[in-house]
Design a protein around this ligand. Structure first.
Ligand code: HEM
Length: 148
């Protein structure tokens, strides 16, 4: 049956598929970036990562606090949920510099301005560093969903 609960669960898992693929693609594109001609690939992967993040957070918060799953109290008392949110904050912290830099690069790219591409390897490392944290979040999510 197509309930909101079911649809939100589907969206949350779709975000996982899109997000993991996008973060890997952005990391690889950044690692290969040597000229401005390489940037469209980076921006393309970054667009998908942004879409995944919106779906992740939107569906996740709705599931946790919108009364469609086990209720806010259940999650706020779950160590796995707190751990998962802690990891999410770490991912956000790692994403801060790539996010700000890529917004600047997009604006410069549109205006045909020079772009300091020597930052690309650092952004690639910061992107790849998010992958194990996201995978750990999956582990915590599975434990949290089963009330461990
Ligand atoms: C603000 C961000 C997020 C919130 C509030 C959130 C919240 C939730 C909630 C409430 C559930 C339902 C658990 C249940 O069935 O009782 C869930 C499931 C899940 N979440 Fe998230 N989530 C967030 C981000 C993420 C991210 C970034 C990932 C992956 C890296 C993720 C992976 C999963 C997975 C795999 C499940 C399914 C677990 C299972 O049924 O085995 N979530 N999440």
């Amino acid at each position: 049956m197509l309930t909101a609960r079911f649809l939100l669960a589907v969206m949350h898992l779709l975000a996982l598929a899109i997000g993991i693929a996008a973060v890997y693609a952005r990391g690889r594109a950044l690692r290969r970036t040597t000229t401005a001609a390489d940037l469209p690939d980076v921006f393309h992967a970054d667009n998908w990562y942004g879409i995944a993040a919106l779906i992740w957070v939107g569906s996740g918060l709705w599931r946790a606090f919108g009364g469609v799953e086990k209720g806010s109290d259940h999650y706020l008392e779950s160590h796995w949920f707190i751990g998962k949110m802690g990891l999410f904050l770490l991912v956000l912290a790692l994403e801060l510099l790539p996010m700000i830099t890529l917004i600047r690069w997009r604006m410069a790219f549109k205006k045909y301005n020079a772009i300091p591409l020597e930052k690309a390897p650092l952004l690639a490392r910061l992107t790849f560093a998010q992958l194990p944290l996201l995978l750990l979040m999956v582990l915590m999510a599975a434990a949290m969903a089963r009330g461990f």
